[in-house]
Structures are given as structure tokens and as C-alpha cells.
Design a protein around this ligand. Structure first.
Ligand code: FES
Length: 146
């Protein structure tokens, strides 16, 4: 089976291949993933917060959704957050009003360059992080909704 992949386009969406997308919802003290797409599907997730088809991007290539500044902030430490099944298959979870959380072995590139692989990673989808493509919690400052 081919390794799932996310290609992040500067100023555009994240292009996902081979990964199911779900919404992270509280389930008591745990999280569960409510499916948004089917396993193995390909789609583009909005990274600017202005799409009319949220959480997906509504523009065709070459996108040009927003002016993306080069990263200036410190790289955040790996987040420790609970996932529905850390040992389960790779998956993507939309955090309400926050980033996309990636679980498992996924090949991630940003502007064609590999992003360091971690067991868990949070990718910005509000467009405001100072350490793109990673989330630095700026979504809380700007009051991102999505
Ligand atoms: S989603 Fe953009 S900084 Fe967290």
C-alpha cells in the first residue's frame, strides 16, 4: 500500500492523498473521529479560512488563496494530544476552530520539501501561524472559526 501523503501548497491548500478525514469530537473524556471523507480519498483542505466549502478548499490550481509569509516563529515542540487510536491507521482529525491533526506515518511536504516526521503533528489551517506549516496556536489569538 502506498504511504499516505499531504502536499502543502504555500499560499494554498493542503493536498491529501490516501487518508480519511474526520472531525475530532469530545466523547466524554476521550476524542472520537466523525468521518468527513472516505478512506483512500483525495481532497484539498483549506488553509486560509475563507473557503465557501469548509473544511475543503474551493479554488482550482494554482490556488493563490492567501499571501503566505515565510516562517519567522520558533518551531513548536511536538504536541502531546490524545487521539482516538494512536496505534491505529494514519488519519487526519479536524480540531474544532483549530488545526488539522495528523496521526501515523504520513509523508508531508511543504513547498516540495519534506516536513519532519513525528508520530503526531498539527498543521495550521487558519493561515496565521508564524511557523508554517505547523500550528503555533495563533488560531486562538485571531479567533479562527472553522
Ligand atoms: S490553526 Fe493556524 S495557528 Fe493553529
Amino acid at each position: 500500500m502506498e504511504r499516505p501523503a499531504i502536499r502543502i501548497v504555500p499560499g494554498g491548500p493542503m493536498l491529501v492523498d490516501g487518508l480519511p478525514l474526520g472531525r475530532l469530537e469530545h466523547d466524554g473524556d476521550d476524542w472520537r473521529l466523525d468521518p468527513v471523507t472516505e478512506a483512500g480519498s483525495s481532497y484539498a483542505i483549506c488553509r486560509c479560512g475563507t473557503s465557501s466549502a469548509m473544511p475543503l478548499c474551493d479554488r482550482p490550481a494554482p490556488y493563490r488563496c492567501f499571501d503566505e509569509e515565510p516562517p519567522t516563529g520558533a518551531i513548536p515542540a511536538p504536541y502531546r494530544w490524545d487521539v482516538p487510536d494512536p496505534a491505529g491507521p494514519p488519519a487526519l482529525g479536524l480540531k474544532p476552530n483549530g488545526p488539522v491533526r495528523v496521526v501515523g506515518d504520513v509523508a508531508i511536504t511543504y513547498a516540495g520539501e519534506p516536513v519532519e516526521t513525528r508520530d503526531r503533528i498539527s498543521l495550521c489551517r487558519c493561515g496565521e501561524s508564524r511557523c508554517q506549516p505547523l500550528c503555533d496556536s495563533s488560531h486562538k489569538v485571531v479567533g479562527y472559526r472553522g
